[in-house]
Design a protein around this ligand. Structure first.
Ligand code: SF4
Length: 378
């Protein structure tokens, strides 16, 4: 059985490289009872992936490529519930991974009372994190300043989802997902709104309704920094347990290129929001995504991460992933990513930040980052 340290190292490699899935084998796997595909094409979090578990239960969100030139890690036989993975460059056995099966409610007959397929309302991320993009448009896309890695509107155009999810629809999907034991906590995300509340009011309505039916279900929201900080308090009061205020890129020059719309928000506004959110949500309940792979200087990145961690914020470090068929973003070197994780984990220990205490959302799920594993072995 793989140990935590080796799972951390291999997870980092998988996050960077993804896996090659031979399209011709999809039917072969199906005959064995394993439904595998190339994952979702839009929405929240890195796209084009499926969730896998190492033998010791560690979760990883892995990109699946149909192009062998994208990665040297290849999915082979599925034996006794685990795929064997090989490194074809090194001609070496890489490890065993179990595919997390999609929930039953993805089937077309599962619909909300207003007739919308439940799969269009919320998806299961990993094993038990129900996730939904509650509003599927973003003001920055409209003006051509969308973040370069983001696919928020793609699933809307492909009709895999609907523009806005109502509280009633969400409550119905939670009920079904809970019955299947696929909803222990939730990630709620959204495109950015033009309004001054940046979409907070939409969250508040939804949070209030969900908590009315499921008071013990931990909920995570993700929102842009707000000028009016009172909304952070209102989100907590409405039922959010954790919050993500995502800067995505810490180097300001790179940030301007990669997140042109969001770049107009200065770093000091992120800082004010983070500080305020820590006061309101408490220790270990505030995170920011930090993407790697844009040619950032290693030492500068570590000192920028140190600044974030010193405020009590969890840096949810994730290598950027290209949107399949849409863009070709650079790949983070997995050995470098391991070093970044180790430094970040040591910083978290130094400043008393513990991601394992986080109650809901991306940090608790952990599929897209190896920061939790790095922390465990630091
Ligand atoms: S960390 Fe988990 S909840 Fe967050 S985007 Fe990734 S898979 Fe989804």
């Amino acid at each position: 059985m793989i140990d935590n340290y080796n799972a951390f190292i291999k997870k980092s490699e998988l996050l960077c490289k993804g896996l090659y899935l031979d399209e011709e084998l999809i039917n072969h796997y199906k005959e064995q009872g394993v439904e595998i595909d190339f994952g979702r094409k839009g929405g929240a979090g890195p796209l084009g992936g499926r969730y896998f578990l190492f033998e010791n239960g560690i979760l990883v969100n892995v990109a699946l490529w149909d192009n062998i030139n994208r990665t040297d890690l290849v999915l082979k036989e599925n034996l006794e519930g685990y795929f064997e993975v090989f490194n074809i460059e090194k001609n070496d056995f890489f490890g065993k991974l179990k595919l997390v099966q999609n929930p039953e409610y993805y089937k077309p007959m599962y619909k909300t009372s207003d007739g919308i397929p439940m799969k269009k309302i919320a998806l299961v991320h990993g094993v038990n994190c129900l996730a939904s993009t509650i509003y599927q448009q973003c003001v920055y896309w409209a003006c051509g300043e969308g973040c370069k890695f983001c696919g928020i509107e793609l699933s809307l155009h492909s009709e895999d989802t609907i523009l806005e999810k109502s509280p009633q629809q969400m409550v119905e999907v939670i009920e079904v997902a809970k019955k299947e034991k696929r909803c222990d906590h939730m990630t709620l995300t959204s495109g950015t709104d033009e309004t001054k509340d940046k979409g907070a009011n939409r969250y508040i309505e939804l949070l209030t309704e969900i908590k009315k039916y499921y008071p013990d279900l931990p909920l995570h929201v993700q929102i842009e920094p707000l000028k009016d900080l009172s909304y952070i308090h209102k989100l907590k009061k409405a039922g959010a347990d954790t919050i993500g205020i995502h800067i995505e890129v810490l180097d300001d020059t790179i940030r301007k290129k990669i997140t042109p719309g969001k770049y107009h928000i200065p770093y000091k506004q992120f800082k004010r929001n983070w500080e305020n959110a820590i006061e309101i949500f408490g220790d270990n309940q505030v995170e920011t995504y930090v993407l790697t792979g844009f040619g950032e200087d290693y030492n500068k990145l570590i000192s920028d991460i140190a600044k974030v961690v010193s405020l009590g914020i969890i840096p949810f470090i994730t290598p950027v992933r290209s949107i399949p068929g849409r863009n070709n973003l650079p790949i983070t070197d997995h050995r470098l990513l391991v070093k970044i994780y180790q430094k970040a984990a040591n910083l978290m220990k130094q400043y008393g930040v513990n991601p394992l205490e986080n109650k809901a959302g991306c940090v608790r799920c952990g599929g897209c980052s190896a920061i939790n594993e790095a922390y465990k072995v630091a």
